[in-house]
Design a protein around this ligand. Structure first.
Ligand code: NAD
Length: 428
């Protein structure tokens, strides 16, 4: 099978056309390389990750991200900078303690690598997501095999080229492919980290459970931003407009539902949306480029969006009222629901009333009250006076219910996932 990826703003521009890779072979080679890597000390691992960071920093990856997935160039540059920072951050974590000591003779725990990490990634963060999984896996002594989304194959292969020579042969590999290669990776790796849709995430979680290997599945979102009556409305509207429409609404953390207490904020949000430029993602003034494929555009149009007649998969940013399928279904595009409710209890109940639980944002001037509302929000992240969209790599990240399974990733959470803990007791 061939893996073909085309530019969403210029669909005739074929970015890459390569044969699907051999996931089983990549895992076998990675397993050999990992045995040696597991015996290296932190200085070796840190130096290797820093060298990959240098290579990524000096690369053309921002332009390739723009071309392959239509991400606006300012965000693409930010993604490259973030990937570099993540590599350097986990380079340093290679020096962190790997266990604890306990009273009673000599009792201690020691963490060791799991083996080969199978990493299955989506197209929307074609560099940051492979890196935020691979960097901790490698730092803690594992090998990493990435199966990227077909629509982001060129970016992932470029990352592998940049890493080449800085890591032992076979330790880090990218396998182009689709469901078949993804399945093969889940069937052979020692630990699996997946990011993508809920439907595929469930398949991955079940397959990993059958093999008895740990899996972490970060899935979709339907994140709500709640505007309370004492909020700074202009600031909230500007934040929410970008969180809902920036990069054409194609972030798992995008605001998909705005819930306003006691007033209609549609006009204020719409004014902010209108200020966001739709256009060529290579233009630094563009905030909203195309959606990823023709099929993605069809889904947005079916949900109430309007296609823009120009080359590329562009859709007009759209705000809709409640009572549509967008209330319960993630549609990856520049489309968002605005609902007015009577009070804060109704707002939180509505925010929590979906199968997803990724991020909730609260806009309010009363921080003391906000702290009590935070406890009631059923999502893995809660942000006060901050947009839902955006992930800080030094913080644990992950969703609840249909948005996340198997524990958080990033920050210091990654160490527990990519290592096994052994308890050792010594007696005289
Ligand atoms: P997707 O589920 O279609 O694909 C994700 C990956 O899984 C791809 O590499 C794909 O080839 C692979 N895959 C497909 N079928 C498979 C199978 N049967 N077994 C193993 N692997 C298989 O998702 P997508 O369209 O690439 O990405 C968009 C989705 O990702 C959205 O739902 C978005 O919310 C979600 N996402 C979540 C997060 C998060 O951290 N929660 C971050 C970014 C994107």
């Amino acid at each position: 099978m061939r893996i073909v990826s085309s530019s969403p703003q210029a669909p005739d521009d074929v970015v890459i056309d390569v044969p699907a890779g051999d996931a089983v072979g990549a895992v076998e080679r990675a397993r050999v390389a990992q045995r040696e890597w597991a015996t290296t000390g932190p200085a070796t691992r840190a130096a290797a990750l820093d060298a990959v960071a240098d290579a990524v920093a000096g690369s053309d990856l921002a332009d390739l991200i723009v071309r392959e997935v239509g991400k606006p160039v300012t965000e693409a540059r930010g993604e490259v900078a973030r990937a570099v920072a993540i590599l350097r951050y986990y380079a340093q974590q290679a020096y962190d303690p790997i266990g604890d000591t306990y009273p009673g003779g000599l009792s201690f725990t020691v963490r060791r690598p799991r083996g080969v990490a199978g990493l299955i990634t989506p197209w929307n963060f074609p560099l940051a997501i492979p890196v935020w999984k691979a960097a901790p896996a490698l730092a803690f002594g594992n090998a990493a095999v990435v199966k990227p989304s077909p629509d982001a194959t060129a970016c992932a292969l470029r990352l592998a080229e940049l890493a080449d020579g800085h890591l032992p042969d076979g330790l880090f590999a990218v396998v182009p492919g689709g469901p078949e290669e993804g399945t093969a990776l889940v069937d052979t790796a020692d630990v699996v980290s997946f990011t993508g849709s809920g439907a595929v995430g469930k398949l991955v979680a079940v397959a990993a459970a059958e093999r008895g290997i740990p899996a972490q599945c970060e899935m979709g979102g339907l994140s709500a931003s709640i505007i309370l009556p004492d909020a700074d409305l202009d600031r909230a509207a500007a934040d929410i407009a970008y969180a809902a429409m920036g990069y054409a609404g194609q972030k798992c953390t995008a605001t998909k539902r705005v819930i306003v207490v006691g007033a209609d904020a549609t006009d204020a949000i719409w004014e902010s949306v209108k200020a966001l430029r739709v256009g060529d993602p290579a233009d630094p003034t563009t905030a909203i480029g195309p959606v990823i494929t023709a099929a993605a555009r069809r889904r947005v149009v079916d949900a109430g969006g309007t296609a823009i007649e120009r080359d590329g998969w562009y859709v007009q940013p759209t705000l809709v009222g409640p009572g549509t399928r967008l209330d319960g279904e993630e549609v990856f595009g520049p489309i968002c629901t605005v609902t007015t409710v009577a009070d804060v209890d109704a707002a939180i109940d509505l925010a929590n009333a979906t199968d997803y639980g990724l991020v909730t944002a609260l806009y309010t001037g009363d921080l003391a009250a906000a702290l009590s509302y935070v406890e009631r929000c059923a999502s893995g992240q809660v942000k006060v006076n901050m947009p839902t969209a955006g992930v800080d790599f030094h913080l644990p990240f992950g969703g609840e219910r249909g948005s996340g399974y198997g524990g958080k990733e990033q920050g210091k959470a990654a160490a527990a996932f990519y290592t096994l803990s052994r308890t050792v007791q010594l007696s005289r």
